[in-house]
Design a protein around this ligand. Structure first.
Ligand code: HEM
Length: 368
């Protein structure tokens, strides 16, 4: 049901919406170029949640412009509580509800009412052939499930919509933060990326241009190799299975590590080197074989449907960052990886230096 929402045609229609949000992210970051270190993952979270809600429901939370937004608080309350529950040893909330759990239930109910209200409103407009605004995933979902045995109940609709927003918010923001960890330590890499995107205009960037960025792609792949934001997946054998010479009985659950093949020799493999993903002539290597060994988006029938979308988002943000800023790490040794719904960098602090429009070299704001 979700797959038709991620066709090439859909992705193309999302690019202008993502670019508009990337421009707002740039404006927000430009206000933070006074030399003070910033916790950039908070800005990426606002970007991701705005893009997620826009592309999934067609609603603009405007959290990039205004953090004090009731729906955003409700949403973060749900995400934060889910993160806490993931670390809890016992699912006590199934037996007894603490005040925070009651708040969680209220927040879920509030989001549910909001989502269903939006969906049924859009559904009515679609049936009456009225304008429903810019394309979003909800439109596709309603088109493929509008009637008969495909018709979705309110619960199904809410579950499908929320998994999309929750699935995209933490993961993409975490990945952008990890990208910054590596970029901010390598001025030359930033310069080469800047060259690669020098012809980009955020207002008009298109699908083909975004698919012709070998170095940017290599930087993203290399970040996934070391820091895939979903480091472990639980899979279950649906039937007795042989994996090489290992017998796996039906029903056995296995923790698979999405990074393990990329990091076997700690000393060499933790070195960030995007060149691993490029041929000698700087063209991208064939990813097919690598995908069997590393799978940051999962593998098989439940693989992440949002992989191509998040790839577009990351490329647009990366292009915006290197075009307009120079990134400098502040105390790289303080950065630690912690696991919430995804693996995120803690204590990542970046100093941003604004680049004058059209210039290749970083000049601190105020000196131009
Ligand atoms: C860096 C960004 C992302 C990463 C690393 C990521 C990773 C993953 C992984 C590992 C899974 C589990 C796959 C499996 O069980 O085999 C997954 C599932 C999923 N992801 Fe993503 N994801 C990202 C972005 C997105 C985006 C942008 C969306 C949607 C807008 C999305 C929507 C989903 C959904 C709906 C599922 C559940 C699929 C199912 O169970 O059938 N993800 N993702």
């Amino acid at each position: 049901m979700l797959i038709p929402a991620f066709t090439k045609k859909s992705l193309i229609s999302f690019i202008p919406q993502i670019s508009r949000k990337a421009i707002l992210l740039r404006e927000r970051l430009q206000k933070k170029t006074n030399g003070e270190p910033i916790e950039i993952q908070n800005d990426f979270r606002c970007f991701s949640v705005d893009v997620g809600c826009l592309l999934v429901f067609g609603i603009d939370l405007k959290s990039l412009e205004n953090n004090d937004n009731h729906i955003l608080h409700t949403f973060h309350n749900v995400v934060n509580r889910m993160n806490q529950r993931l670390r809890s040893i016992l699912p006590y909330w199934r037996v007894v509800k603490m005040p925070a759990d009651r708040k969680f239930d209220e927040s879920i109910e509030e989001l549910k009412q909001m989502v269903i209200h939006i969906a049924r409103d859009v559904q009515g407009k679609m049936r009456r052939n009225e304008n429903v605004g810019e394309h979003c995933i909800l439109h596709t979902m309603l088109e493929v499930t509008d009637s008969g045995e495909n018709a979705l109940s309110d619960d199904d609709l809410f579950a499908n919509m929320m998994i999309l927003v929750l699935g995209s918010e933490g993961t993409t923001a975490a990945m952008l933060s990890w990208l910054c960890l590596y970029l901010s330590q390598d001025d030359d890499l930033q310069r080469r990326l800047r060259e690669e995107v020098s012809g980009f205009d955020m207002e008009t960037v298109d699908y083909d241009a975004l698919n012709n960025l070998p170095l940017t792609e290599a930087v993203i792949e290399e970040t996934f190799r070391i820091r895939s934001t979903v480091p472990a997946l639980v899979v279950e054998a649906l039937e007795d299975t042989m994996i090489d010479d290992l017998f796996v009985e039906k029903g056995t659950r296995i923790f698979t590590l999405t990074r393990v093949d990329g990091i076997k020799n700690l000393e060499n493999d933790m070195v960030f080197n995007p060149g691993r993903w490029l041929n000698d002539d700087a063209t991208p290597i064939d990813l097919k074989e690598m995908r069997q060994k590393q799978y940051p988006f999962g593998y098989g029938p439940r693989t992440c449907p949002g992989a191509s979308l998040s790839n577009l988002e990351m490329k647009i943000v990366l292009a915006m960052l290197v075009k307009h800023f120079k990134l400098e790490i502040v105390d790289k040794d303080a950065v630690e990886e912690i696991y919430t719904t995804s693996a995120v960098p803690q204590n990542l602090r970046i100093r941003l230096v604004a680049l004058p429009e059209g210039h290749e070299h970083a000049v601190p704001v105020g000196s131009c």
